[in-house]
Design a protein around this ligand. Structure first.
Ligand code: HGY
Ligand code: MN
Ligand code: MN
Ligand code: MN
Length: 396
């Protein structure tokens, strides 16, 4: 899988709904079919894999992750959980295991939101949260999602039919690299996730006055990038000094016209705030909006700030946490309880089903970079824990 979208630095660029992402989706589906599994792509572009013969009950246990990556990302974020899920389903099938609930492996579409800026596209659709999605999604270049989604086997006009009926999902499980340093530092091969951080993204547009960089005196300038600089610092302070949220990042910024001898007239940026508490996120957002308005006044720029994403923090289900911990113990693997600072489809699935997550160590805690690495032995351990957890959950 890591060959699809491989970068010279050893990482992967596989942006959601790009041609490369489609290649990965096709490769996955071909592998699953070769193993005798049944593959469907839903209207949101999610790939769903099932056994050809299964229980007649309508309730399912879903497990999987996402195949898309960030720009210049790693090989494992997302893909590990999807490949692991396919392997688990194949093992169940090869062994002829009979289950009470239906095991379904899933590759969610566009989890990262790197090209089409809506993250969790696939899981929000599958859980019926269409109101949280843009009506006419566009990528960073303004191109519509309609055609890329169709090429991926989806259908923008039928998006609401991607939703599963209430109560049809008995549980959701996700296997993922930790993406942080805790497991490696503490020496535990398995992390049992207890909670996932919440996230608010605010789109900020700043309009100043472009002009000649040589002739326009400093007093009275309305430099949109200077205003943006204040906003970047205010974002950092929000978490680092004021501790209103756990972390805060300006990850995207573009300016117009972008010439050495022209005063920047317009800037767009995103501020991303994360915390484990929903109410703290609400407060941090309000404080941020107040501060941004003040910076607009002080710099003479027109500033608009609109939240484009609000994803709640969520807690894993105690019963599923127990099942994962027991599976690890039986395999002779020590485990620790850990929160997730990264977002996951699991927290979106929380609105439809109880969820659990299994973490494996990330070397040097690195992720969203080409250096992302987990030792093969650790990857196998995680997949074994997933297999045994799915066995326990599908028993009913
Ligand atoms: O950004 C995140 O936390 C996740 O990797 N999508
Ligand atoms: Mn990621
Ligand atoms: Mn991920
Ligand atoms: Mn000139």
């Amino acid at each position: 899988m890591a060959r699809i979208g491989a970068t010279p630095e050893g990482g992967v660029t596989r942006l959601g709904f790009s041609a490369t992402d489609r290649d990965a989706q096709r490769y996955l589906a071909d592998e699953a079919r070769r193993s005798g599994l049944v593959v469907n792509v839903d209207p949101a572009g999610n790939v769903l894999m099932r056994r050809a013969h299964g229980p007649s009950t309508g309730r399912s246990v879903l497990f999987g992750s996402h195949l898309d990556t960030v720009q210049d990302g790693g090989r494992l974020d997302g893909a590990y959980g999807v490949v692991g899920a396919l392997e688990v389903l194949e093992r169940l099938d090869e062994a002829g295991v009979e289950t009470a609930l239906t095991p379904v492996a899933v590759a969610f579409s566009n989890e990262e939101g790197a090209l089409f800026q809506q993250p969790f596209w696939g899981s929000l659709s599958l859980t019926g949260r269409i109101d949280d999605l843009p009506r006419d999604p566009r990528d960073l270049n303004g191109l519509s999602l309609r055609e890329p989604l169709r090429l991926a086997g989806g259908d923008l006009d039928a998006l609401e039919t991607a939703a599963w009926p209430q109560g049809s999902i008995a549980a959701y499980l996700e296997l993922h690299i930790e993406q942080g340093p805790v497991l490696e530092r503490t020496g535990f091969p398995i992390g049992v996730v207890d909670s996932i951080v919440g996230r608010t993204v605010i789109d900020v547009d700043i309009t100043g006055q472009a002009g000649h960089a040589g002739t326009t005196p400093m007093p009275g300038r309305r430099d949109a990038l200077v205003a943006a600089g204040h906003i970047v610092q205010a974002t950092e302070r929000l978490a680092a000094e004021r501790q209103l949220c756990r972390v805060a990042t300006v990850g995207r910024l573009s300016l117009q016209p972008g010439s050495t001898n022209v005063i920047p007239g317009a800037v767009s940026l995103t501020a991303e705030l994360r915390d484990g508490s929903r109410s703290r996120l609400v407060t941090a957002e309000r404080e941020f909006l107040d501060e941004v308005a003040l910076i607009g006044k002080q710099t003479g720029c027109e500033v608009t700030a609109n939240p484009s994403l609000r994803i709640d923090p969520e807690c894993a289900d105690p019963r599923i946490r127990d099942i994962v911990a027991t599976a690890a113990s039986r395999l002779g693997l020590t485990h620790t309880t850990t929160p997730s600072g990264a977002g996951h489809d699991a927290q979106v699935m929380a609105s439809a089903a109880p969820f659990g997550m299994i973490f494996v160590p990330s070397q040097n805690g690195l992720s969203h970079v080409p250096q992302e690495y987990t030792a093969p032995e650790d990857l196998v351990n995680g997949a074994d824990v997933l297999l045994n957890s799915v066995l326990a959950l599908t028993r009913g």
